[in-house]
Write a protein that binds this ligand. Structure first.
Ligand SMILES: *[C@@H]1O[C@H](CO)[C@@H](O)[C@H](O)[C@H]1NC(C)=O
Ligand SMILES: *[C@@H]1O[C@H](CO)[C@@H](O)[C@H](O)[C@H]1NC(C)=O
Ligand SMILES: *[C@@H]1O[C@H](CO)[C@@H](O)[C@H](O)[C@H]1NC(C)=O
Ligand SMILES: *[C@@H]1O[C@H](CO)[C@@H](O)[C@H](O)[C@H]1NC(C)=O
Ligand SMILES: *[C@@H]1O[C@H](CO)[C@@H](O)[C@H](O)[C@H]1NC(C)=O
Ligand SMILES: *[C@@H]1O[C@H](CO)[C@@H](O)[C@H](O)[C@H]1NC(C)=O
Ligand SMILES: *[C@@H]1O[C@H](CO)[C@@H](O)[C@H](O)[C@H]1NC(C)=O
Length: 303
């Protein structure tokens, strides 16, 4: 029974847990919501539409939009058109935030309020998730569809285009769809490789032919495959976070939409990659140690 392989085995278990957390974070309302890949802040959407009409409400695109509808809700919105403090997003049925995870998206409201002020610091604002979409393999976040779904639920018949939703934002996010799907496949492969590395470690503890060097070598190869796939997956997710954040902040600014990339998620995925690098290095250590012991023996044999 060798003791060294137990350490990489523990690293494998750790990497396995972290990878599963990456896959399943945010799969239920409130479960690891802070570990989203990307978070879309829509709490102030269209607020600039309200501002442009400060003098004459008849020139406002929203007042013409609701001109013919006589609904108590619409009357609220009409009165809000001249009140900057209220949230158009809430009136239209939009949520405060939409967060993208690896297999689904969640939505909800900021508590106690969406905008920091003198008494409410930004770090005190928490996300209160009210809904998460069903988990799907090969999911790709589509902010336009998610927001439109919320708009549809109010039955007012408002579309995002009427709120001047920028096309460039959609085009930019659509370019990330393939990356989203590829990352999911890479995580699944990564989990598979970590699992077989773990099995190799367990065999390595008891392998006796050639001093366990063959199994150590196998462990190195499998751990390397695991950290390469996880490393690529982590790089892809980091790119999605950084690029998505940039695109949304750039094009969403005109309608008051901003984004945050999920640093917590990046921490999880890179930590899993790092553990597999360590597991591979320990495999090398195991290989070298055995070789040295053989050399010493051979020197001793030859007088
Ligand atoms: C909206 O108008 C108010 C008052 O006129 C101003 O203080 C605020 O900065 C404006 N907001 C935006 C987003 O333009
Ligand atoms: C609103 O009503 C006016 C007449 O009252 C009509 O001319 C106009 O087409 C209507 N607009 C819409 C969007 O239905
Ligand atoms: C700050 O925001 C919170 C939540 O929206 C609100 O309850 C509070 O009254 C605000 N404080 C000030 C000073 O505006
Ligand atoms: C949401 O966006 C608004 C407007 O861009 C900003 O003032 C507010 O601080 C953001 N809230 C959070 C919690 O990021
Ligand atoms: C979260 O939202 C739900 C429904 O809107 C509400 O009942 C609950 O009190 C909220 N939780 C917090 C912590 O504000
Ligand atoms: C989500 O799953 C539930 C049950 O598994 C199903 O009833 C529902 O239709 C699904 N929703 C969507 C949007 O696929
Ligand atoms: C919203 O409703 C429109 C028609 O009312 C429909 O074409 C569209 O597919 C709906 N979108 C979503 C995301 O449900």
């Amino acid at each position: 029974m060798r003791l060294l392989p137990i350490i990489p085995a523990i690293f494998c278990v750790g990497a396995l847990i972290l990878s599963f957390l990456c896959l399943f974070a945010g799969s239920k309302p409130g479960f690891m919501e802070d570990y989203s890949v990307l978070n879309l802040n829509t709490s102030r959407i269209g607020q600039n539409l309200l501002n442009t009409s400060s003098s004459s409400s008849s020139s406002n695109p929203l007042s013409t939009l609701f001109h013919n509808i006589t609904d108590p809700l619409v009357n609220d919105i009409k009165s809000d058109l001249n009140n900057w403090a209220t949230s158009l997003a809430k009136d239209l049925g939009l949520k405060d935030f939409y967060s993208a995870h690896l297999m689904d998206y969640c939505e909800g409201s900021y508590t106690p309020g969406p905008v920091p002020n003198v008494t409410l610091s930004k770090s005190k604002i928490e996300r209160n998730v009210t809904y998460c979409s069903n988990r799907t393999a090969m999911f790709a976040f589509d902010p336009k569809a998610s927001l439109q779904k919320s708009l549809n639920e109010t039955g007012l018949g408002v579309t995002l285009d009427q709120l001047n939703w920028p096309k460039a934002l959609d085009d930019g996010i659509r370019a990330l769809r393939t990356a989203f799907k590829a990352a999911f496949v890479l995580y699944c492969m990564g989990v598979g490789f970590i699992f077989v590395t773990l099995v190799a470690c367990l065999f390595w503890t008891s392998a006796c032919s050639d001093g366990g060097r063959g199994t150590a070598l196998l462990e190195i190869i499998l751990a390397s495959l695991a950290f390469i796939t996880l490393g690529i997956a982590s790089a892809v997710m980091t790119a999605i976070g950084v690029k998505g954040n940039t695109i949304i902040d750039k094009y969403g600014k005109s309608i008051g939409v901003s984004a945050d990339r999920g640093n917590g998620f990046m921490g999880l995925t890179w930590a899993a990659t790092g553990l597999m690098v360590l597991a591979a290095i320990l495999g090398c250590v195991g290989c070298c140690m055995k070789r040295n012991r053989h050399k010493v023996k051979r020197v001793g044999e030859k007088p």
